[in-house]
Design a protein around this ligand. Structure first.
Ligand SMILES: Cc1ncc(COP(=O)(O)O)c(C=O)c1O
Length: 391
């Protein structure tokens, strides 16, 4: 079946965070929203069909997690990543951000240091701060048009109070799909220092031609023993509003500590429709995903070519995965407050503001490319017009 990613679906008035909170976030509704990370593509038919079937039963009481649900996760990890996991390792959570917070609570104490690598998905900062832990930032380094980890700085910065790391793999917003070599180097440092790795791999299914996602825990048993892997079908299949994700924790001690937090919060039950959608996605999703990735990569090509040819003051950091583009606006010579105002008032495109991703985000904006191409084209045309009209 050929899916139509060009289809335009009006999402306004559906309580969509991306569309219906523009007034609150940007101060105006006169803006093309290309910010928060969900896609404008129709949820795949096989997910809708499975949900409709369950909906028709008309009783939505507390649910069990079926064997077939677990099996769909096991099969997906094997098929997509070559990772053989066991049923006991799987823990379902109502989202990855809650899971990251719960990991911080399970594996560290107030005052402990948590490593993160800015510019990075900003709820990581909130999770560390709100749980009264201390951020230890190992800022990524831009080398040419690509970001790299600063292993020397990392090694120098870890001390006795450093207990955990939040790894974003693939990286949002830098678009890096970390190589086996990079992950191994990271693991050598962190495993030797007993750093517990929370590897947020929510974007791991969104990988472009020529790149390969390596689950961090696959690097070896000693590494897996120190790792919690966070996965989900939410970004991949555009079902983030169903708040259902999967943790893979091989080490029984780490799993027990995590499950203690789950029990305390009484959130093991889960959401019927989240489970139904997850199972359908992981069972039937391969073909849709192949087509979606091809389409999104076409959007990346458009972004890169358009900017190179028509807005050369900007610079695109081409993503190797994810549907997020990271654009360097520093060539416009604006400070961040001016840039934000310019994007809203003159360009009229709602992007994520670089500084929210922490240090290294200054002068950048993040664009969501999970949209019909016509939206990407419109956003680029608006940027070109506004930038060329600058006095
Ligand atoms: C790296 C990363 N982790 C987690 C999330 C959100 O996860 P959830 O909605 O499951 O809490 C996002 C969403 O953009 C993300 O980019």
């Amino acid at each position: 079946m050929q899916y139509n990613f060009d289809e335009i679906i009006d999402r306004s008035g559906t309580d969509s965070f991306k569309y219906d909170s523009c007034k609150r976030v940007f101060g105006t509704t006169d803006i093309l929203p290309m910010w928060v990370a969900d896609m404008d593509f129709r949820t795949p038919d096989f997910i809708v069909k499975a949900m409709k079937k369950r909906l028709e039963h008309e009783i939505y009481g507390y649910t069990l997690k079926s064997d077939s649900l677990y099996q769909s996760v096991i099969d997906w990890m094997k098929r997509r990543h070559g990772w053989e996991i066991e049923k006991e390792w799987i823990v379902f959570t109502p989202g990855i951000v809650p899971a990251v917070n719960m990991c911080i609570q399970a594996y560290s104490n107030p005052g402990d240091k948590v490593i993160l690598q800015s510019p990075v998905y900003y709820p990581f900062f909130w999770a560390v701060d709100l749980n009264k832990r201390i951020q230890m930032n190992n800022q990524l380094v831009r080398v040419g048009d690509r970001y790299e980890m600063d292993f020397d700085h990392l090694e120098r910065s870890i001390d006795a109070d450093t207990k955990m790391m939040l790894l974003c793999s693939p990286h949002n917003p830098a678009g890096r799909v970390w190589t086996r070599g990079e992950l191994k180097k990271l693991a050598d440092i962190c495993t030797a220092r007993n750093i517990i790795m929370i590897s947020d791999e929510i974007h791991s299914d969104l990988i472009f031609e020529g790149y390969k996602h390596i689950p961090y825990a696959m690097l070896g048993d000693d590494i897996a023993n120190n790792t919690v892997t966070c996965m989900a079908p939410s970004k991949t299949f555009n079902i983030a509003g169903l708040s259902t994700s999967v943790l893979i924790i091989q080490n029984p001690e780490l799993r027990k500590k995590f499950n203690d937090v789950v029990e305390t919060l009484h959130i093991a039950g889960g959401n019927i429709f989240g489970f139904v959608a997850l199972e359908a996605a992981y069972t039937h999703g391969d073909e849709w995903l192949t087509q979606a990735l091809k389409y999104i990569e076409g959007n990346v090509d458009l972004l890169e070519t358009f900017v190179k040819e028509r807005i050369p003051k900007l610079k695109v950091i081409r993503p190797e995965g994810t549907y997020l583009g990271w654009i360097d606006f520093r060539g416009l010579g604006m400070d961040d407050t001016t840039l934000r105002k310019f994007m809203i008032e003159k360009v009229k495109v709602g992007l994520n503001h670089g500084p929210t991703f922490g240090s290294g985000g200054e002068g950048y904006q993040r664009i969501n490319l999970g949209s019909p191409r016509i939206f990407v084209d419109e956003a680029l045309n608006r940027m070109e017009r506004a930038i060329n009209n600058m006095s």
